[in-house]
Design a protein around this ligand. Structure first.
Ligand code: ADP
Ligand code: MG
Length: 318
């Protein structure tokens, strides 16, 4: 990367792609992406080149549900989880790249946006494979769950009286398989959408790789990308303006800035960041900064511009 260029990895959260439960259609998702594109292009207008990571939880849920229903009703073939992941990367990438391009054109910025279907290698010896914990797909009756376990090798668990669900492992990302392509694109000034949904998990099998039924945390995968491309900034865009201590408790306190050491101490205390939402973000940021990263910010899409000026957001530094 040349001296004067500033490169950021922006991990965009679920709220950037689906506003709420009442706005989930393809058109709704498109409009949410359009709104997000404005905030991202503001950042580009301020001189940043960006690589964009994003979540895909609800979208993979929709794809799986279509697959399940079509299979049950019409006997259509089902979609494996890795293919649902790649489908979601394509559809979400399409909505983002088209909206970003439209917004760039509108402002007369001569750049393009493009999506990379991205595989991320995971380690089959990752302890996560011993304890699959991420629920995937619809609820099932016990009999169906038992049949899936026997015939398809699924791991299934009972979810607090609400029925049975498939669970899959959530291993750590080890390697971004398309990294060199992503680097070349960013180097060329292309706004690059990659590691969607944390990437499609693949495992090495001799000389080949193949998809595996797992999910990778998008905050970890995006953080890893930020390290790999030596980004100047790792920005996590979610639905809170700042990170809080004692989140949701009477003594809740918003944080403007913290060091890695402080973030680790708060993680250690275990009472500040909720598991499965803010905790993985802070862990991903700590890992990014401890692996040579320079700066990270957590804020929401509408405050990205102000956060970059140091006016809001939570700033985490080495
Ligand atoms: P995303 O799709 O962006 O990953 P998540 O729901 O996983 O979104 O994480 C963001 C959520 O984390 C916020 O909406 C907030 O409710 C929750 N959260 C948990 N702990 C904290 C905290 N300490 N400070 C701020 N938000 C927190
Ligand atoms: Mg999340």
């Amino acid at each position: 990367m040349s001296e004067e260029r500033k490169v950021a990895v922006v991990a965009i959260g679920g709220n950037s792609l689906i506003r709420d439960k009442d706005h989930q259609t393809v058109e709704d998702q498109y409009l949410a992406a359009k709104e997000t594109a404005k905030h991202l292009v503001n950042m580009i207008e301020q001189g940043w080149d960006i690589a964009i990571g994003h979540g895909n939880g609800p979208q993979v849920g929709f794809i799986l549900r279509r697959s399940e229903i079509a299979h049950r009703v019409e006997g259509m073939h089902e979609l494996p989880l890795d293919v649902c992941g790649s489908d979601s990367q394509g559809a979400i990438g399409y909505a983002l790249q088209q909206n970003i391009q439209n917004e760039l054109r509108k402002r007369g910025i001569d750049k393009i946006a493009a999506t990379v279907i991205t595989q991320v290698r995971v380690d089959p010896n990752d302890p996560a494979f011993q304890e699959p914990s991420k629920p995937i797909g619809s609820f099932m009756e016990q009999k169906e769950a038992q049949r899936r376990k026997e015939e398809d090798g699924w791991d299934v668990v009972e979810d607090a009286g609400r029925g049975w669900r498939r669970v899959v492992p959530s291993p750590l990302p080890q390697e971004i398989m398309e990294l060199e392509a992503v680097k070349a694109m960013i180097e060329s000034g292309t706004i690059t959408i990659t590691v969607g949904g944390g990437g499609i998990p693949v495992i090495r099998d001799g000389d080949e790789v193949r998809g595996t039924a797992a999910v990778i945390d998008k905050d970890f995968a995006s953080g890893m990308l930020a390290n790999e491309i030596d980004a100047d900034l790792y920005l996590i865009s979610t639905d809170v303006e700042k990170v809080a201590l004692n989140f949701g408790k009477p003594d809740q306190e918003w944080v403007d800035q913290m060091t890695v050491a402080e973030a680790k101490a708060y993680l250690e205390e275990g009472t500040h960041f909720a598991k499965g939402s803010m905790e993985p973000k802070i862990k991903a940021i700590v890992h990014f900064l401890e692996s040579g990263g320079k700066k990270a910010i957590v804020t929401n899409p509408e405050n990205i511009g102000r956060a970059l000026q140091g006016e809001t957001g939570t700033h985490i530094v080495p």
